[in-house]
Ligand binder design. Structure first.
Ligand code: AMP
Ligand code: MG
Length: 334
């Protein structure tokens, strides 16, 4: 018996080192999140906990509704003093750049308009044009003054990072996993999916894009170390007199975006970039979204259109699989 003991101990040691799946699910940032980590069980548990608390920390900074959050304070007082929270500063910097690059289609300063329609409270209404005009006058993101010492908003301005916060949270989670040597993980944060590496067996992750017309998947993508982020009008909306008003807004009109798209999915390494672009390209509509991709080319996209078409960028050619019947399928080349 004695001579088997070392073998037995080695076996226990090896089993505890083997990559097992550890999952954690929780609600944060107004959505349901699931983290699946492939690592030795004990390490997996610790990292899931770390990610959960990092996301709680981000929510405590970025939430528009938590009274003590930095964004809530900023929206109320129109200023934040030294030291400005690092995550907030990163997102302000990033948002200013993407706001500029997308010609205003991505605009976290649209919050007063979105709230007026009732999207934060659920008391939905259609504001009259003059009210919208007044509110729109205070949504110019480029007017925000900020550095590491202060943030200043003009009178009437308010921010909401709802279109980019989950993507940023995913990137932060991936950073925690990478810096702890994890090579395989899958994150589901509402419409945001992010993968680290491949599955433990070396095969690609198979990720579904929601079918806007039914409750299944319309498209599947096989990916490795990519964020796959979808913005869709079906996610949140209200209906009045047979008309649908969705939660993604056109910053030019101050009204829910109305175009030829049902959903936009962005595929690239950065969850933050994918999240901001999924919202921005949704606002642009098919033609402008395709044009924008052609001038930037640092991501891939899948558009599902109102006429039930599937339009995707050529980088996805080998990894995309339609799962439903489309009216037509179009591949966009450079
Ligand atoms: P997403 O689901 O990532 O497309 O984000 C949509 C959320 O971002 C909405 O619920 C709004 O809070 C906010 N939002 C809506 N329209 C815009 C826009 N054009 N730019 C930035 N944020 C927006
Ligand atoms: Mg987004």
């Amino acid at each position: 018996m004695k001579k088997f003991l070392p073998v037995f101990l080695i076996l226990i040691f090896l089993t505890s080192c083997k990559a097992a799946k550890t999952s954690d699910s929780f609600s944060a940032m107004n959505t349901f999140m699931t983290v699946s980590v492939y690592a030795p069980a004990k390490k997996g548990k610790v990292l899931c906990k770390k990610i959960h608390s990092r996301i709680d920390e981000l929510e405590a900074v970025l939430s528009t509704t938590l009274l003590e959050s930095d964004v809530h304070k900023l929206n109320n007082k129109k200023q934040l003093d030294f030291p400005v929270n690092k995550d907030l500063l990163t997102l302000l910097d990033f948002s200013r750049e993407i706001n500029k690059q997308t010609f205003g289609a991505f605009n976290p300063a649209l919050y007063p308009v979105i709230r007026e329609w009732g999207f934060t409270t659920g008391n939905y209404k259609i504001p009259d044009s003059s009210r919208l005009e007044t509110l729109l006058a205070n949504t110019d993101f480029s007017k925000i003054i900020f550095d590491e010492n202060k943030v200043l908003l003009e009178f009437g301005m308010e921010l909401d990072f709802g279109a980019v916060g989950k993507g940023y949270a995913c990137d932060q989670a991936i950073e925690i996993l990478k810096s702890n040597g994890v090579q395989s993980a899958l994150l589901y944060f509402g419409g945001n999916i992010q993968t680290l590496g491949t599955k433990p067996d070396g095969s690609l992750w198979r990720v579904g894009i929601k079918n806007p017309w039914n409750n299944d998947s319309a498209v599947s993508l096989k990916v490795e170390s990519k964020a796959v982020v979808t913005s869709g009008g079906y996610e949140r909306f209200f209906e009045l007199d047979g008309k649908r008003y969705i939660h993604i807004f056109d910053p030019k009109t101050g009204r829910p975006s109305q175009n030829d798209l049902e959903s936009v999915t962005i595929v690239c390494e950065s969850g933050t970039y994918a999240d901001a672009l999924s919202t921005a390209l949704f606002v642009m509509g098919k033609e402008k979204a395709v044009e924008w991709w052609k001038t930037h080319q640092n991501f891939d996209f899948v558009l599902l259109t109102k006429e039930r078409a599937l339009v995707y960028s050529c980088g996805l050619e080998k990894i995309i699989e339609p799962l439903i019947d489309f009216s037509y399928i179009e591949r966009i080349d450079f």
